[in-house]
Design a protein around this ligand. Sequence first.
Ligand SMILES: Cc1cc2nc3c(=O)[nH]c(=O)nc-3n(C[C@H](O)[C@H](O)[C@H](O)COP(=O)(O)O)c2cc1C
Ligand code: SF4
Length: 643
Amino acid sequence: MRSLLSPLRLGPAELQNRIVSTAHQTTLIRDHLPTDDFVAYHEARAAGGAGLIVLEAAAVHPSGLLTDKTLGIFDEVAVPSLARVADAVHAHGTRLFVQLFHGGREQIMSPPRQPAVAPSAVPTPRFHVEPRALEGHEIEEIIAGYGKGAAIAAAAGLDGVEISAAHNYLIAEFFSTETNRRTDEWADGRRLLRAILSSVRDSAPELAVGVRVSADAAVTGEIVEQLTGRADYVSFALGDASTLMGATGIVPPPPVPHNAIADHADGHRSALPRIVTSRIVEPAEADALIASGRGDAVGMTRALIVDPGMPRKLRSGRERELLRCIGCNVCIAHYHAGTPIACAQNPRTGRERHLGPPQPGGERARVVVVGAGPAGLAATREAALRGHEVVVFESEDEIGGQVRLMRDAPGQAEIAETLVRNYDETLRSARVKLRLGTAADVDGIGALGPDLVVVATGAEPYRAPIPIEGAEPLAGWDVLRGERPRGRVLVADWGGDPTGLDCAELLAAAGCEVTLTVAATAVGESLHSYRRALYLARLYSAGVGIRHHLRLVGVTPAGGLFANLFAGDVRELIQADHVVLAQGRVPAPDPSAGLRRLGLEVRRAGDCASPRSLEEAILEGTMAVAGWAERAGARQASAVHTA
Ligand SMILES: Cc1cc2nc3c(=O)[nH]c(=O)nc-3n(C[C@H](O)[C@H](O)[C@H](O)COP(=O)(O)O)c2cc1C
Ligand code: SF4
């Protein structure tokens, strides 16, 4: 890790290493200002050893706010709260920049919305905003806003600012003739960026100044060329916020390959230091990118969202303890839902002030975990990190539960494989006894005398009570396990989880003629929009026929019988040789009641409590142990106190 952990200079700012937490919205903002949770979130990443943190997109003008939780840097009122972030981050030797941003014609908020502004009045295809063209004096005001934002950052003690010219927000809208149809002096959009850079330099000459661009945008080459002598670094990202497919590049999920940025950034040489970002997950690969000169620093943003301590672990040779990002995009899904940032794998992300790291010490307890899917594995890790003895019962011959089922599906394979791998270190612990292929029986568990039993037995497919005559439909899980019918296959998807999509993709790849019906407004509603868009691209390319708004009401030898979701009396038979049912899940049987009758402390976690997503499973598995340990600790403390 010599290259990755070596220092780097960006203008006046010296970084202790080349690992960067690039700008990402946290929704830990109130009244457009950082909250205490925001300070704690970034302090955790600084304490974890990041070389540089770039704070999220901060609007330089009220007209540039993307959401009602966007950070604002247009008023001096922001100085004290930004200064608190700077103090917290600097205490750990990490440098702190902020991204200066204007959303242009894009808006991601609910009504009442302010008027949207853009170089020209061109509606946006993704968020469906209809802006008006900026007047000349408004452009001057926005340019001055960038200068003021930089001055506010300097007054708060930050080390630098990064101007976002990426992702097709305001500055990039000026670059393209599609969005900039002006005939005045702003017809050449590069002029705007130059004016902004001058405004920023004049207002805060002591700061490092960088520019973020999308490496996959058509005009990027020209833009990068004009930065030499004007900026201290260039940051390469991917994606275009204005289109559904372009947006998938901003936070690309698997199966987009690791280090996706590298090939794009290679096309843009620059005399300036280059930060490269997107799908850089493995520290060894990051190190190799830097060693080979393909970047001078790496954005490892989701890698730090999931494991804020990654740089310190690398420095102290504890790489085996890394929690690797699986690319599930739950973090950005929280942003789009307007809820505080969270990570499916690390429940402490976004909860830094309320849920501290697990500490060994205190009474050593015996914890039994029933089920080694995500909830059970999370409970196991939490208990092992707290120093407890853990016995895990898993009825299958391998760990992972439903996640393992999905390992062949292109949209899930890396998620499944990396998630399971992330528990290697926990399961290596001498404190953990894993009993695979062993169904847990109540008396056997009772005989172990556990202090706590976490029941995480997962879910099983729901069998809808519909008439099935002369046909034998397959369960979606059978397809995930490897069954491959032949001919015309109809996948009847209820729309609440990705099982139907995975089945359709796997069957199309096996040569079937696939029709996917969805009993929802749109396909893949339960998935984050970037994952959904990539699923749809793959399904359409594979020739899968997609039919919306169809609820399965029966299966016959000729195919599936459907009712229209909205006009229920509109019925249709879709002919097929085989029907695959993806109709949701129900909790699997679990032994909680019997265990409670033995007087044991029992907590359910994940799908056996009611089937939901990976995020809830891991959160509940973790909290089943953390919540219990804290209560037990409190009981002990009060006993000592009363004694
Ligand atoms: C929750 C979230 C919010 C983001 N917000 C911003 C932002 O404010 N500005 C920006 O330039 N990029 C933003 N990004 C993109 C990241 O900076 C980064 O380019 C992206 O996550 C890909 O890098 P990674 O694969 O290392 O995560 C955001 C990413 C996430 C996950
Ligand atoms: S939520 Fe998923 S994508 Fe985001 S950091 Fe966590 S593991 Fe990675």
